[in-house]
Design a binder for this molecule. Structure first.
Ligand code: CO8
Length: 373
């Protein structure tokens, strides 16, 4: 068995920011337009008026202050409320591959590797742009990588689940250097017209280079001590968009074809699952939660992360122990814990142990225990 390290990470950050104030302003204009359009039905009691959103609610309930998006005008147009992307020809690089290649180049540069050093590409994200050919194979070709590529989707846990596949492939000797990319174009699958969730997501892409310790040359390396994955079926986060929709004669714009959730139930049910998962994974490595220098947790809700840390170590989560990127990026599905790791790892010392942990739809939870070399 080979020792395995994360030798580089990279981040693609979209060009546009939407603040909560901008988001709420456009949402409230949408609400006013809808209520005016349906004024008669509302007056007859046949239809409930839509309610305004508020910046105060969003910040208090979630901790989110802004999000990055690839396309802003369509999202903020109260007569549209979703991004406007130009369809690309089959001979052009797809948008998902484009942002993945950007993040991958940065991760490879940090690892001191070239595309041709990579012998497996895992494109792992909550949504795929198309059914086939795999996004990963397009990315593999664009980078000049060898070996194979495949796509995988475990919603918000896509990155940690892919890290386990990469770890096992390198550890066993099947692969030498695996690239994991998490292009999350969440703006295309968020229901921006729904007050309960319109503030939740942002676009981004993360990339991680996983290779044998013996070939790693980068200044900063993280040995993977172990990975652990778990799933438990729940309908509390669901999206029914899929290839059967046409045959079912269902409306492609119906509410169930975009992201929806029972946020409060998710909060209550996932916090204990995630805390118990991390604790038992650490226990299997003879580690106590208090021995962990840093937790890079999934970024869905500030209160959730604070409760998980409280369950694990009994105290308040400071930004040093469990850094937050949610305020700046919002929930970026599987990329959240990886952005936290990418942004907040350089200050740790050799020997320090940290845990990357994601949790979300499925339910799914994945943890990766790492030690700085
Ligand atoms: N403005 C003002 N008021 C509001 C708003 C708003 N925008 N939204 C709701 N309210 C009102 C509600 O109507 C309610 O009013 P009332 O009390 O009169 O009924 C009140 O505020 C409280 O509403 P909630 O109970 O819904 O509020 P919460 O405190 O529960 O906060 C959150 C809502 C922030 C959603 C919170 O529940 C949460 O973050 N939960 C955790 C969610 C989570 O972790 N989800 C993970 C999903 S991500 C994932 O797994 C990836 C999926 C794939 C991604 C695909 C890309 C899109």
């Amino acid at each position: 068995m080979h020792s395995v390290v994360i030798s580089g990470t990279g981040l693609y950050q979209p060009p546009h920011t939407i603040t909560n104030a901008e988001l709420v302003e456009s949402f409230n204009r949408y609400v006013d337009l809808q209520n005016a359009q349906h004024a008669d039905a509302i007056a007859r009691g046949e239809r409930e008026p839509l309610a305004h959103s508020s910046v105060e609610f969003i910040e208090k309930a979630s901790g989110i202050k802004q999000r990055y998006v690839i396309e802003k005008d369509g999202v903020l147009d109260p007569r549209r409320m979703y991004p406007r992307f130009q369809e690309r020809g089959d001979d052009q690089l797809s948008l998902m591959a484009e942002i993945a290649v950007d993040a991958a180049h940065k991760a490879l540069a940090a690892a001191g590797k070239k595309g041709s050093d990579v012998d497996a590409v895992l494109c792992s994200a909550a949504n795929m742009q198309r059914a086939y050919p795999a996004m990963a194979i397009e990315i593999q070709q664009a980078l000049g990588a060898g070996g194979y590529g495949f796509d995988m989707n475990v919603a918000c846990s896509s990155a940690t689940f892919a890290l386990e596949q990469a770890y096992n492939a390198v550890r066993s000797g099947a692969s030498r250097c695996v690239l994991v990319v998490n292009p999350e174009i969440t703006s295309a699958h968020l229901e921006w017209k729904d007050r309960d969730c319109h503030f939740i997501f942002g676009d981004v892409c993360t990339a991680i280079v996983v290779e044998r310790a013996e070939t790693a040359t980068s200044a900063e390396q993280w040995e993977i001590l172990g990975t652990r994955l778990a799933t438990q079926f729940s309908n509390n986060i669901r999206n029914n968009f899929g290839f059967m929709n046409r045959s079912e004669d269902s409306d492609p714009l119906a509410r169930d074809k975009t992201f929806r959730q029972e946020g409060r139930k998710v909060f209550k049910e996932v916090v204990p699952i995630a805390a118990a998962h991390i604790e038992s994974h650490l226990g299997a490595q003879d580690l106590q939660p208090s021995q962990v220098r840093r937790y890079w947790l999934h970024q869905a809700n500030l209160g959730m992360n604070q409760l998980i840390i409280k369950k694990l170590v009994g105290g308040e989560a400071g930004s040093d122990q469990a850094p937050l990127i949610l305020d700046e990026f919002a929930n970026t599905a599987s990329a959240g814990s990886i952005i936290a790791f990418h942004r907040h790892k350089a200050d740790l010392a050799a020997g320090d142990v940290g845990v990357i942990c994601s949790f979300g739809a499925g339910y799914s939870v994945g943890s990766v225990i790492v030690r700085k070399r």
